[in-house]
Design a protein around this ligand. Structure first.
Ligand code: AMP
Length: 216
């Protein structure tokens, strides 16, 4: 199965993509995670990504398209994947179609996580993750069972994304509205779009996604 999760920053794409990875064996393809790995490596691409991400802007299409094309071509993606954070522009959406067309593969669904923008700031500003295994947490909605200790790996070190501050989030939302939301009609016209209430409780969102996939 090949899926896209669409929605503004903080809609829960990463959380739900991880769950689909566990429940359906799909590979999570997060362009944001790939760029953060490039930033951590200090490569020239990482240095560019650091500037762009901290400004809340989008990386150039060609760079992102090449990155995803390379990743989708790897053997582990043959059994299906869930795209998280890609495509983010109409050009990226068209490039994805070409890539899949060459492989004679098709998308099964595009799931839009709909959210109330006012709630996003609170969601985003409270989130943090385990510095060792990457498990995601939230100050209000998902605290570790034992304060300061990761539920998954026991690490006591946590980190926050540098672009999860109010100013950058405002720019990221603007990029979503201006450049990403316009691709929704593109998928709607092809009857691929399914809407799920991203404001519901995390488990309920997962349930709604599974129901939408079961109905395909
Ligand atoms: P995310 O983790 O998906 O919220 O992405 C974090 C940041 O990485 C975004 O704000 C962009 O600066 C950059 N980024 C991630 N995916 C893309 C993409 N598909 N196109 C352009 N920039 C991206």
């Amino acid at each position: 199965m090949r899926l896209i999760l669409l929605g503004p920053p903080g809609a829960g794409k990463g959380t739900q993509a991880k769950r689909l990875e566990e429940s359906r064996g799909l590979v999570q393809l997060s362009t944001g995670d790939m760029l953060r790995a490039a930033v951590a490596s200090g490569s020239p691409l990482g240095q560019q990504a650091k500037r762009v991400m901290e400004a809340g802007e989008l990386m150039p299409d060609e760079i992102i398209i090449d990155m995803i094309a390379e990743r989708i071509g790897q053997p582990d993606c043959r059994n299906g994947f869930v795209l998280d954070g890609f495509p983010r522009t109409t050009r990226q959406a068209a490039a994805l179609d070409e890539m899949l067309g060459r492989k004679r593969a098709a998308l099964d669904a595009v799931i839009e996580l709909t959210v109330d923008e006012d709630a996003l700031i609170e969601r985003i500003s409270g989130r943090f993750s385990c510095a060792k295994c990457g498990a995601g947490y939230h100050e209000k909605y998902k605290r570790p069972k034992v304060d300061g200790v990761c539920d998954v790996c026991g690490s006591t070190e946590f980190s926050r994304r540098k672009d999860d501050n109010a100013e950058t989030v405002a720019a990221r939302l603007e990029a979503y509205r201006g450049q990403t939301a316009p691709i929704l009609p593109y998928y709607q016209e092809r009857s691929l779009l399914r809407r799920v209430d991203g404001m519901a409780d995390m488990n309920e969102v997962t349930r709604q996604i599974e129901a939408a996939l079961a109905a395909l």
